[in-house]
Design a protein around this ligand. Sequence first.
Ligand SMILES: *Cc1c(COP(=O)(O)O)cnc(C)c1O
Length: 228
Amino acid sequence: MTPDFADRLHTVQARIRTAEQRFQRRPGSVGLLAVSKTQSVAAITAMAAAGQGCFGENYPQEALDKIIELAALGLEWHFIGPIQANKTRGIAEHFAWVHSVDRLKIAERLSAQRPATLPPLNVCLQVNIDREVTKHGLDETDLATVAAAVATLPRLRLRGLMAIPAPAPNFAAQRQPFARLRELWERLNADGLALDTLSMGMSDDLEAAIAEGATLVRVGTALFGPRG
Ligand SMILES: *Cc1c(COP(=O)(O)O)cnc(C)c1O
């Protein structure tokens, strides 16, 4: 049985619009990134036919295969997974955005390898907001220095911050790390950066993220169903 991708897309879009209203966010100010890691080319094609244009991928080789196969659809691809230094070239050459930059060296490689024929690569810095839970992401204490350095790289455009908080037991607890990320983002803007993107919120916590200012939610399971 084929899941009804259009139904799921409309359900997630409705969740976003409802949360925008409930938390006094401007209508349409929260974008949807469809996280398609492990999903088939057929599933992505169906989601694109239903109207979704931006897709997020976590694994470089899997992503590049799909991007090449689906090139005719004109989709916007975002890299959201951990980045090894030896995988930056493929990312720099094939993506419009990278959400998971977590050290200066990776940003420098992406800038050096971004083809001159493409617009600058949009990047978010991933912040390790729950330090005990994951090892990915920048430490809060390094954030301002790294952000200032990344902002000067010629072939990158620093757009904002991203985080993946640990699962939390209730809505109030879900909001806390998102509030923290927003605070860090506002501080960088007060320091003179012009960040417009807060990439936060997934299938289970997108309402809490929108309450705290998310501009882009990254949703996999609620769109495609459980990953195999
Ligand atoms: C897998 C993944 C998501 C989507 O998670 P769901 O819970 O399936 O919505 C979002 N962001 C990142 C970085 C991911 O790896």
